[in-house]
Design a protein around this ligand. Structure first.
Ligand code: NCD
Ligand code: ZN
Length: 352
């Protein structure tokens, strides 16, 4: 009889794509992440966006103040800058010197708070050249924004129109294709030739490993399952599961946990973003267990990310136990509330 795993131990993971916002709500979401992860790549899509080293330093200081008030001393935010048409090569070099972890490319209008994003990547030539020269990773939101392109095709079209030419022009640039959602993206990253160099990777969210697009319309419209890039067909989910659980070091954990207050999601024009931070590790464990690959979770969650970013691996360990955790219907978010992923249901794995 096959034995069932009831407990797994991992080196402590990091979250390589996270939104924690700013102001009053930040401390509510930070605590959830810091319970599970040692470090997180902090997305810069604030209003206004974090476009300079000095804005990032101020944001880091606000994060550190919140961590202090929460009594958390073992969590490190890894700061990013928001790339614009006007980002200079000097700002890139300064960012490198100041320990900024990456730049983020949002095609203008692609997602939440991306209006100040890049209108045409050709405008970023000198900044990209500097990133390539200093080894600064570029994190890409990989969707074209043209309204004529079907929303379910925008990621695949981005590969042909933007990503492949970008890689041709900057063959040494370190790139993370963020929150991939399609078979095309999974296979593109898996099969790309990089001359043996560790310069191309992708992050994958728990929702894209666990759900397909039916989840947005199950018995009625489900705003809390709506994020960008939007969930895709089952064949795409299966392709993501396949690469995530394959042990290929190009694929690692990035929750894209993106908090929006309940009222901003349950609205005539609801915001994009799933709040997975409450028990993101449990969700990933479910996804890996569903294909009998729990043994591949540690690489994905804890090893491949730091290796890509040339950061040391964590040394502490965490233990996940197979014990159903009830997920609250709502959680506090400043003066409002937030509805977490799986609200009112259970997650099969819990952090010990
Ligand atoms: C993110 C957000 O709300 O900031 N939303 C989302 O649906 N993922 C932005 C993003 O990462 O695209
Ligand atoms: Zn995001």
């Amino acid at each position: 009889m096959p034995t069932t795993t009831t407990q797994i131990q991992l080196l402590q993971p990091d979250d390589w794509h996270l939104h924690i916002r700013d102001g009053e709500v930040m401390k509510d979401v930070l605590a959830d992440t810091a319970r599970q992860f040692a470090r997180a790549i902090i997305m810069p899509n604030l209003k206004p966006p974090v476009t300079t080293v000095s804005l990032a330093s101020a944001y880091r200081a606000r994060i550190e103040a919140n961590l202090k008030s929460l009594g958390i001393s073992d969590f490190t935010p890894l700061m990013t800058l928001y790339l614009t048409d006007n980002t200079s090569a000097d700002e890139v070099r300064k960012a490198k010197a100041e320990g900024i972890a990456a730049f983020k490319l949002y095609p203008a209008g692609a997602t939440t708070n991306s209006d100040a994003g890049v209108s045409d990547i050709k405008r970023c030539h000198s900044a990209l050249e500097a990133m390539q020269a200093v080894g600064m990773p570029l994190l890409v939101h990989g969707e074209v924004t043209s309204s004529e392109i079907d929303i379910f095709d925008r990621e695949a079209v981005f590969i042909d129109q933007v990503l492949e030419p970008l890689r041709q022009n900057f063959p040494e640039l370190k790139i993370v294709f963020e929150h991939i959602t399609t078979k095309q993206a999974a296979h593109y990253v898996r099969d790309a030739q990089t001359g043996g160099k560790n310069i191309l990777a992708a992050t994958i969210t728990p929702q894209h490993l666990l759900m397909n697009r039916n989840a947005i319309f199950a018995g009625g419209i489900r705003p809390h399952n709506y994020c960008l890039p939007v969930l895709k067909r089952e064949e795409h989910r299966l392709a993501l599961i396949d690469v995530a659980t394959s042990g290929n070091s190009r694929f690692f954990l990035g929750t894209d946990s993106a908090p929006h207050a309940k009222g901003a999601k349950e609205a005539a024009c609801g915001c994009a973003g799933c709040y997975s931070a409450f028990n993101a590790l449990g969700l990933y464990a479910e996804a890996f267990e569903s294909v009998g690959k729990l043994d591949k979770l540690e690489g994905f969650a804890s090893l491949f990310g730091p290796d890509f970013y040339s950061l040391p691996r964590n040394t502490k360990t965490v233990t996940l136990v197979k014990q159903a955790q009830n997920i609250p219907a709502e959680l506090p978010l400043g003066d409002a509330t937030i509805v977490p992923l799986r609200a009112g249901e259970t997650i099969a794995w819990t952090l010990a």
